[in-house]
Structure formats: structure tokens, C-alpha cells
Design a protein around this ligand. Structure first.
Ligand code: DGI
Ligand code: FE
Ligand code: FE
Length: 195
């Protein structure tokens, strides 16, 4: 990797707490592995993985303040759950602070928490890597999800979306409309009959 990437890594390390940085490295390498599996650009996948949570450790009140300052729209669900903002704020910082030029990478950061209908391969890779990187606590069905990721990326994505909705409902957390929309889209897209 070129020195640019090493510098970026250092900047991100300084921005995140130890645990979040460990998670970030897990997402970075898992994204690279998935990119290898599906024949896409590994360096792009690593950069997206490295940056995906770059805004995560900004305190919630500051997330809101920054989004307002940068004229990024905040929905009611986001005001109620400001943690959700780290995706769009992260995408903004990727451009402004980390000098990312690739629209692909910016989209992958922006959609990594809720997903979105019609995700690109890189968006799917980062979304899935975020969920299943080796350091993640073993959520239900994790073994299956990890295997599926390397066999059928769309099935894997659908599985994660479905399990995430169940998890959010069990915690009585409000569902972001985009999370629901993404699930509905892939359910239809994959011809799922269930529920
Ligand atoms: O940032 P990470 O923890 O690595 O992962 P992430 O960006 O997927 O964020 C996970 C958190 O986001 C988790 O606490 C659940 C929450 N989340 C994802 N979709 C929704 C959501 N929270 C609410 N309230 N509604 C959603 O639709
Ligand atoms: Fe995140
Ligand atoms: Fe993450």
C-alpha cells in the first residue's frame, strides 16, 4: 500500500477509540477479502472499510451540530437516534477531511448503516463486512452469514437486513425508513415469499 494509505490509517486511528479502531481494521480486511471473492478493487474496498466509521466517535450532540453546520439533512428518526448520523457525516468528512474522490467509496460510507435500494457491489461489501468482521460479537446466525457472504452476496445482504429488523424491533428501537425500504427492496428483488 502506498504511503498515502498509511497516513490515512494514522489519521483514522487518532480519530477513533481503541475498540472502534480494532473494529475498523476488521471491516477493512473483511472488505478486502470480499472484494477478492467478487473480483472488485481491493484497495478501494480497504479505503471504504477504513473510513466507514470515521464519524462514529464524535459525541452525538456534536454530530447534530456538525450536520446542521454542513447543511446535511437530519430526519426525525436521526434526531432521536443521532448515532445514525455517523454514516452521512462520515461520507461528508471522507470528502472534506480525508480527500476521498471516489463516489463509490463515498456512497459505501453513506449507506453502511441503513443500506439503500440498489446498492453497488462496494456498498454491499462494506455493509456486510461491517456486520460480520471477526471482532463483532456473535449475533444470531453469524456463522451462516459469514459463509453466505462468500457464496451469495445478495442472499447474505438480505439475511442481514432481515436479522437487523428483528433485532431493532426486539430492542424497541425506531426503524429508520431507509432500513425498512432497503429490506423491502431486496425482499422483492430476490423474490422472497416469507412474511
Ligand atoms: O457503526 P457500527 O456499530 O459499526 O455499525 P452500524 O453503522 O451498522 O450501526 C449500528 C447501529 O445502528 C446499531 O446500534 C443499530 C443502529 N441502526 C441500524 N439501523 C437502524 C439503527 N437504529 C435505528 N434506530 N433504526 C435503524 O433503522
Ligand atoms: Fe457504522
Ligand atoms: Fe462499523
Amino acid at each position: 500500500m502506498e504511503s498515502n494509505f498509511q497516513e490515512l490509517k494514522k489519521m483514522i486511528q487518532e480519530e477513533l477509540d481503541k475498540e472502534r479502531y480494532e473494529h475498523t481494521l476488521g471491516v477493512m480486511y473483511t472488505s478486502a477479502a470480499l472484494a477478492m471473492c467478487y473480483g472488485s478493487d481491493t484497495e478501494e474496498a480497504m479505503t471504504a472499510g477504513l473510513l466507514h466509521d470515521c464519524a462514529k466517535c464524535i459525541p452525538n450532540a456534536k454530530k447534530i451540530k456538525k450536520c446542521e453546520q454542513y447543511h446535511l439533512d437530519i430526519s426525525d428518526v436521526e434526531y432521536a437516534n443521532p448515532s445514525l448520523l455517523h454514516a452521512k457525516l462520515g461520507a461528508y468528512l471522507a470528502v472534506q477531511k480525508y480527500q476521498v474522490k471516489s463516489e463509490e467509496i463515498i456512497n459505501a460510507i453513506s449507506s453502511h448503516t441503513t443500506g439503500r435500494p440498489g446498492m453497488s457491489l462496494l456498498e454491499k461489501i462494506v455493509y456486510i463486512a461491517d456486520y460480520m468482521e471477526p471482532g463483532r460479537v456473535e449475533l444470531p446466525n453469524m456463522k451462516e452469514v459469514r459463509k453466505l457472504a462468500f457464496h451469495d452476496i445478495d442472499e447474505c445482504l438480505y439475511r442481514i437486513l432481515k436479522d437487523s429488523l428483528v433485532y431493532l424491533a426486539s430492542k424497541k428501537l425506531p426503524i429508520d425508513p431507509m432500513t425498512q425500504k432497503t429490506y423491502n427492496y431486496y425482499k422483492e428483488n430476490l423474490g422472497k415469499q416469507e412474511e
